[in-house]
Design a protein around this ligand. Structure first.
Ligand code: PGA
Length: 265
């Protein structure tokens, strides 16, 4: 059973006052839309706003909107200036972390190897983790999507090295397929393209890790999702939700996207 999941990635945006405005308006939107169970709604603010957003959104009686981080280091502590560990994140109320986002891969030297270390450490610490994979525009145009995405998947999970079972066995696998050419461009992948890649990913998980892991894995789509294109994407059987950038910065848009996405499932 895979329930729809919508994750806001705020990236490097918002000060405290913006977060307060967002949360007030978002709670209002959720209540108007009868979404106050908060089921499957996660938000990843910048590190500086984790405490703020966590307390702003946990005032209601129901389960809280889950709060998470956009990156984490693989060690618990030590001489690593500027880095933050899963334990430190959990200490301030974060329950999940986004790992291997393409912006980290493109601009901050993230590799499959470092993504693997981060994933292993976050899951072992008891956090949920979203592993991001996706091909560049040049790779897409060259017809290399399948090769690139499956390489990233296997290497980041550590499938081929046999290192998977010890840290992933008890965790729910959450992946985000985010074609780099679709991120922030306004040009989302068509449902056909996205569904095709999602089903390739699920098939590969099945052969690598078994059908149980593959069928329970949540595979999000990310890249220019909006309230008006989420429905056709969510109607695809292998698309379980979305990792949302731009549209998650506007409370009304994010709430509408969640509503439309849920209806389509
Ligand atoms: P976008 O970003 O929705 O603004 O395209 C998605 C992401 O980077 O996760």
């Amino acid at each position: 059973m895979r329930n729809p999941l919508f994750v806001a990635n705020w990236k490097m945006n918002f000060l405290k006052k913006d977060a307060k405005e967002f949360c007030d308006a978002f709670l209002n939107e959720l209540s108007i839309r009868n979404l106050v169970d908060f089921e499957g709604i996660w938000i990843a603010p910048p590190f500086t706003l984790l405490c703020e957003v966590s307390s702003l959104l946990s005032k209601k009686d129901s389960a809280p909107v889950l709060i998470g981080a956009q990156n984490s280091h693989w060690l618990d502590n030590g001489a690593h200036t500027g880095e933050i560990s899963p334990k430190m994140l959990m200490d301030v109320g974060a329950s999940f972390v986004i790992i291997g986002h393409s912006e980290r891969r493109q601009f901050y030297a993230e590799t499959d190897e470092t993504a693997h270390k981060r994933l292993k450490s976050a899951l072992s610490a008891g956090m949920k983790a979203i592993l991001c994979i996706g091909e560049s525009e040049a790779q897409f145009k060259a017809g290399d999507t399948k090769k690139v995405v499956l390489n990233q998947l296997r290497n980041s999970l550590g499938c081929d090295s046999g290192g998977y079972s010890s840290y992933i066995a008890n965790a729910r696998l959450i992946l985000a397929y985010e074609p780099v050419w679709a991120i922030g461009t306004g040009l989302a992948a068509t449902p056909e393209i996205a569904e095709n890649v999602h089903s390739i990913i699920r098939d590969d998980l099945s052969s690598c890790l078994g059908d149980g892991v593959a069928q329970s894995a949540i595979i999000l789509y990310g890249g220019s999702t909006k309230p008006d294109n989420i429905g056709e994407l969510m109607a695809c059987s292998n698309i379980d939700g979305a990792l949302v950038g731009g549209a998650s910065l506007k409370p009304d848009q994010f709430a509408e996207l969640i509503t439309n996405g849920r209806v389509a499932k």
